[in-house]
Design a protein around this ligand. Structure first.
Ligand code: SIN
Ligand code: NI
Length: 269
């Protein structure tokens, strides 16, 4: 920690090279973001959050459903589980997201536990995230934080470097996926080979909402447990599109998405 005129400043949690890598490629791997103690605490809390009854968090499909085969997902676990709130609102992770995007203030849009269950698991098809978010701007990004080591056998991610430069394309149906590469005008010129990113627990990736990404099916005998956090720069405005986190929230089209429901978690000092 540095002291600056009474204010406590966090050590810069990413390097200049990592920021440049993110901006050039649309994703970046950051190692040892969480300690092993934090990972263990978060894993235990996420087990509870996934099995306990929710008041505010929303599960997107029931066990055995078609979407559940791709992802067993619960959105906004932080609103029901105090220990998950500690991680979903984690200042260091939010500050990394802020520095990567270059925003002066960063808000949480939502968290989601993204588990890939063992047996009968399907890949998460190639897609961009931005088409599903009800935002006019495209600077929002995700942190993807596994609490288990991940590789090609249990559902690690793959990214296409530079694909964020394609802009916002059409959303992909996760159950009957279209081929996102068909939407790219000049594939040979514009797209690089996908990069597989295995991770050790405690490490994570950040990816832009525009970056093409995919996750392998989980062929192991245990759940692949991930917490994903969606961040948006302060000032991001509502597009009017439907989304589980903004439906019935009373937002007018083009109004900033703000307030304590979408808290500011990092700000430039
Ligand atoms: C996954 O965890 O399988 C997919 C994550 C994502 O689409 O961002
Ligand atoms: Ni995604």
């Amino acid at each position: 920690m540095n002291q600056t005129k009474g204010m406590v400043r966090m050590e810069m949690p990413v390097t200049r090279e990592q920021i440049e890598f993110y901006r050039e490629n649309g994703f970046v791997q950051i190692d040892n973001v969480l300690t092993q103690e934090e990972v263990a605490e978060m894993a235990e809390a996420m087990e509870e959050a996934m099995t306990e009854k929710s008041v505010n968090a929303v599960k997107t499909d029931k066990s055995g459903g078609s979407y559940y085969r791709v992802l067993n997902q619960k959105v906004n676990v932080w609103r029901d589980h105090g220990v998950m709130a500690k991680y979903s609102l984690h200042p260091k992770v939010a500050e990394i997201a802020r520095l990567l995007s270059g925003a002066s203030k960063m808000r949480l849009f939502h968290d989601h536990a993204l588990w890939k269950m063992p047996e009968d698991s399907k890949a998460t098809p190639w897609h961009q995230d931005a088409p599903y978010w009800p935002m006019n701007q495209t600077q929002a990004l995700s942190a993807w934080i596994p609490v288990d080591d991940v590789d090609e056998k249990n559902g690690c991610m793959m990214f296409v470097p530079g694909s964020h430069k394609e802009g916002k394309l059409k959303g992909i149906d996760f159950l009957e996926p279209q081929n996102i590469f068909d939407y790219v005008q000049d594939k040979e010129a514009n797209l690089k080979k996908p990069v597989v990113v295995p991770l050790k627990k405690g490490s994570c990736t950040f990816h832009s909402g525009l970056t093409f990404h995919y996750a392998y099916p989980n062929m192991s005998d245990k759940p692949r447990r991930v917490l994903a956090l969606i961040y948006m720069p302060d000032g991001t405005t509502y597009s009017g599109a439907g989304h589980i986190c903004t439906d019935n929230f009373g937002l007018q089209k083009d109004e900033p998405i703000r307030g304590g429901t979408f808290p500011i978690l990092a700000r430039e000092i």
